[in-house]
Design a protein around this ligand. Structure first.
Ligand SMILES: NC(=O)c1ccc[n+]([C@@H]2O[C@H](COP(=O)([O-])OP(=O)(O)OC[C@H]3O[C@@H](n4cnc5c(N)ncnc54)[C@H](OP(=O)(O)O)[C@@H]3O)[C@@H](O)[C@H]2O)c1
Length: 299
């Protein structure tokens, strides 16, 4: 049996996801070190150990990673392509598990698509990690697909529901089931992965807090607020057209449009249920959708 993973470095620990990952790993009893860029003004709670590092320098990263058992990268989207430096440093420092900054749609099945082209930073990073793991079998990895950040997306409008105007944007029929995860849940997913290093080695895992349809969310917000919301209907085919047009002009905000097409289109079938879900393998239950929506409405 492999030695347990105890010491974990979280990269991008001040970020949207990183904050919850640090908290959930601490709760689960891991010794956590938060990594932040030299010169970054990010702040951390007093009980968190912080290292300021230079992500361009394998040498500085190797010494910062000395003694760590695992790296969890929650680095910003713009920086995912730079993670190979971290991978090289992790190998030099003999870190045994690397979890790259994935946390979205399953990037292992986007080959040949426009959205897949935008996600090349993530795809190539994981390809690199896999090749390094094959050369160094003690160096293992886990990829995690979360679907949309649900609690975060309600708050920042990316899920299509606006509580101040009581407006919902529904794509296509609104009946497609969509993979979605809350941020603290993803922290617990990562803790469960690192607590079970053998079961989770060298695997790409898809998880979900739940897989709601847009109409189910609408039903809940209307029931909880006791009011009918204004519904704006939109077509994912149109979103795809807009996305491809933006992409032809080098505008990578195309991602959001192409994502809507990919996940909300009728028949997309990307919900993570049954055998496609790693919740069971990790010993995690689905969460309560209505409770999450209610909490957002109360905030
Ligand atoms: N599924 C979804 O709906 C969804 C939504 C958003 C993000 N994501 C994915 O989740 C992962 C984490 O995203 P996030 O939104 O949590 O990240 P984030 O908050 O944008 O960034 C995380 C941290 O990365 C560091 N950072 C920022 N810019 C950087 C740069 N240019 N170079 C190096 N480090 C930089 C910052 O930390 P310091 O300043 O402390 O160094 C920042 O706090 C990404 O893979 C992203 O694509 C998924």
């Amino acid at each position: 049996m492999a030695d347990p993973i105890k010491k974990v470095a979280v990269i991008g620990a001040s970020g949207n996801l990183g904050k919850d990952v640090v908290q959930e790993l601490l709760k689960a009893g891991f010794e956590v070190t938060a990594f932040a860029r030299e010169g970054s003004e990010s702040k951390f709670p007093a009980d968190v150990t912080v290292k300021r590092v230079d992500y361009q320098s394998v040498e500085s990263l190797t010494s910062a990673l000395d003694g760590q058992d695992a790296v969890v990268s929650t680095i910003a989207t713009v920086a995912v392509g730079g993670q190979t430096t971290l991978v090289d440093a992790a190998i030099s420092a003999k870190v045994r598990r690397f979890i790259p900054s994935e946390f979205g749609i399953n990037t292992r099945i986007v080959g040949g698509t426009a959205i897949g082209n935008i996600l090349q930073g993530k795809v190539k990073t994981l390809d690199y990690i896999i090749s390094k793991s094959q050369e160094n079998p003690w160096f293992t990895w886990t990829g995690i697909s979360s679907g949309i950040f649900f609690d975060w997306g309600l708050k920042f409008g990316t899920v299509g529901f606006n509580k101040s105007t009581k407006t919902a944007t529904i794509y296509d029929s609104g009946n497609e089931y969509v993979q979605a995860s809350n941020l603290p849940f993803l922290g617990r997913v990562i803790a469960a992965v690192l607590s079970q290093p053998e079961k989770t080695a060298n695997q790409y895992l898809s998880v979900a807090s739940f897989n709601p349809s847009q109409n189910q969310i609408l039903e809940i917000v209307e029931a909880k607020t006791g009011e009918k919301w204004k519904v704006e209907h939109a077509s994912t085919a149109e979103q795809e057209k807009i996305g491809l047009d933006k992409l032809s002009k080098g505008d990578y905000s195309a991602f959001s449009n192409l994502l809507r097409r990919r996940i909300y289109a009728d028949g997309a079938k990307l919900a993570v249920v049954g055998d496609s879900s790693a919740n069971g393998l990790l010993g995690l239950q689905e969460e309560d959708l209505a409770a999450t929506v209610e909490e957002w409405l109360r905030e």
